[in-house]
Design a binder for this molecule. Structure first.
Ligand SMILES: Nc1ncnc2c1ncn2[C@@H]1O[C@H](COP(=O)(O)OP(=O)(O)OP(=O)(O)O)[C@@H](O)[C@H]1O
Length: 586
């Protein structure tokens, strides 16, 4: 446990740990010595030799005083160490998480991360106090045993026999809790992910009248968690009770040996009573050790999960990054996907299907290309590969002629912006949401970006104007309005390459015109890849690529592709029908 904690904290607080362990050992030895000195003191007192008893008071007081000082040092170092380790863990996890590929953050992993950063870190840090308990539970009886051996070898042997039995029970209890703890954590993470998903899908579920149906997966996950929690409780209980039972049995055996010594061993009663008190203090910590089994398993499991996260490979950074642009005055770079093959991790059946297979597309510098294709054909995946959420399995993605794997992540983030289809805004004002694009922008720059994205028209009709809250996730704005705010944010960030997944929701006439105007502003002087859903946006693009079966099957202008009467003509017809549009001749 300690080595695990040192590993995940990067060796933080090592000197504190040494001081803490020394103080804990000193405290336990002093406690053991104090109990050991009780035997001659009690023997003398119970035998009526008060003067002799007084001789032992001095050494006993000294042991208690040193023990108190060691206890104080132990408590203060434990607090300082737990706080140093908690801080180290947050820093290391924070540093690591920002280097993880963005594609790593799916719903389940995000829920697991939340649990790890909250409960997981606190549980792991509890290892400090558990170590203290366990070290005390070993060192104190060991000291007491030295005294017992000096006073009465038979009684010492009797209590020693109990040790391997209690330790065996301890190991069984630990294995029992280990099995159920991992299953419970996985089930709890699954249930939180389903709960978040269910909450997020409420508008769609209610609109389709399928709220009950949508609960099925959530209910199954909650049932799974309930069952895992039940198994965790019932799995750990026998171990805990077994530990208690064995300790009680050892106490009984100790009493029997004491009685035998008193009746047949010629040891007088006051000494037997004093020795039994000492024997009890020898056995008492074993109940604590057995009880600590569950705690130890939980702490080790939390350490294991943090370790696993810290070992998750971040996307490799090139040792000598190549700049995507030599100077900011250069025009926007072009984007090129060259014979790309990519598939997500293996599915439940273990197979790893390629989403993109031989996908090639060039978006010339400063031009707009619309990517169209059936739902699930891999359009969003294309944008995620350009923004390097994942690395390609084969082929290459280049921005300005530089492979994105050879560019520094910060450079790529300064060059490429992504506007998602389902824009989620932060719970603040419209102005705060736009400013996220460039926090140090002046007020005039924020207003200018808002004007160009036609957000000023939204602000005009809101009672609190610029200070109007957007609600959690932007819920007080319509889909088109949220996308306009996201476009304003991107305009303010002002990257030369923008990848935009257009809102699929049907837009009212005013929003449709405003989004279209905002997109034209965004396209000006930038390289733009749009996953287009609105017929007008598709028709506005400089070129259109049709994605099917993981590759581009048609590429050309709107007019030429329509005239060809192929896949694009079919798709465009379905877009028009969906939006009630007619746009045959531009
Ligand atoms: N994180 C992921 N893990 C596993 N599979 C994924 C992941 N993201 C997407 N997929 C799968 O990859 C395929 C392509 O998904 P993608 O989102 O790129 O399609 P799309 O064309 O953008 O769809 P839509 O138009 O419906 O948004 C789909 O089969 C999808 O289920």
């Amino acid at each position: 446990m300690i080595t695990g904690l040192l590993r995940i904290t990067g060796g933080a607080g090592r000197p504190l740990l040494v001081r803490h362990l020394l103080a804990t050992v000193a405290n336990a030895v002093c406690e053991g010595v104090a109990f050991g000195l009780l035997v001659p003191l009690l023997t003398a007192l119970l035998g009526g030799h008060t003067g002799e008893a007084a001789h032992w008071l001095g050494p006993l007081a000294a042991a208690v005083a040193v023990g108190w000082a060691a206890h104080y040092a132990m408590e203060t170092t434990a607090l300082a160490l737990s706080s140093a380790w908690r801080r180290a863990l947050y820093e290391r996890l924070g540093d690591h998480v920002v280097r993880l590929p963005l594609g790593w953050f799916d719903e389940t992993r995000t829920a697991q991360l939340e649990r790890l950063l909250g409960r997981g870190v606190n549980t792991a840090v509890r290892g400090v106090f558990l170590t203290q308990t366990l070290v005390t539970a070993v060192v104190r009886p060991a000291t007491v045993l030295v005294f017992l051996l000096c006073y009465d070898a038979w009684l010492a042997l009797a209590v020693l026999v109990a040790v391997p039995v209690v330790l065996a029970v301890f190991s069984v209890a630990r294995r029992m809790t280990e099995r159920t703890d991992a299953a419970h954590d996985a089930a709890a993470a699954e249930a939180s992910a389903r709960l978040v998903e269910f909450a997020g899908a409420q508008p769609v579920l209610r609109a389709s009248g399928g709220a009950r149906g949508g609960r099925r997966e959530l209910d199954a996950a909650l049932d799974g968690q309930h069952e895992a929690a039940r198994r965790q409780v019932f799995g750990a209980l026998p171990g805990l009770h077994l530990g208690e039972l064995v300790t009680q049995l050892a106490f009984t055996a100790l009493l029997v040996v004491g009685l035998l010594l008193a009746t047949h061993g010629g040891v007088d009663a006051p000494r037997i009573i004093a020795l039994l008190v000492l024997g009890t203090h020898f056995l008492q910590p074993f109940a604590v050790v057995a009880g600590a089994a569950a705690g130890l398993t939980t702490v080790r499991a939390a350490i294991g999960r943090i370790d696993a996260l810290l070992r998750t490979e971040p996307l490799p950074e090139p040792p000598h990054p190549r700049p995507l642009r030599v100077s900011p005055d250069d025009g926007p770079p072009g984007v090129e996907l060259d014979d790309v093959v990519f598939g997500y991790g293996p599915g439940p059946d273990g197979a790893r299907a390629a989403v993109l297979d031989g996908f090639s597309l060039t978006i010339p510098a400063g031009r707009t290309v619309a990517l169209v294709g059936a739902s699930g054909s891999g359009k969003t995946t294309v944008t995620k590969l350009v923004a390097r959420f994942h690395d390609v399995d084969a082929g290459a993605v280049r921005v300005g002629g530089v492979d994105v794997r050879q560019a520094a992540t910060t450079d790529l983030m300064d060059t490429v912006s992504l506007v998602f289809q389902d824009v989620r805004l932060v719970d603040g004002t419209i102005e705060e949401n736009i400013r996220l694009g460039r926090p140090d922008a002046t007020e005039a720059e924020v207003r200018e970006a808002a004007r160009r994205a036609r957000v000023d028209r939204i602000v005009e009709r809101l009672p609190a104007g610029w200070a109007s809250p957007v609600g959690e996730g932007g819920s007080l704005l319509s889909g088109g309005e949220r996308q306009r705010v996201a476009i304003a944010r991107t305009l303010l960030k002002d990257t030369p390459v923008v990848l935009l997944d257009e809102a699929t929701s049907a837009l009212d006439a005013e929003n449709e015109v405003a989004v279209r105007e905002a997109l034209r502003e965004l396209a000006r002087g930038r390289t733009l890849l749009i996953i287009a859903h609105q017929p007008a946006t598709i028709a506005d693009a400089d070129a259109i690529a049709v994605l099917e079966d993981g590759r581009v099957v048609e590429h050309g202008t709107h007019t030429s592709l329509l005239a060809a009467g192929g896949r694009y003509a079919d798709l465009f017809g379905s877009y028009e029908r969906a939006h009630g549009w007619r746009l045959r001749n531009r």
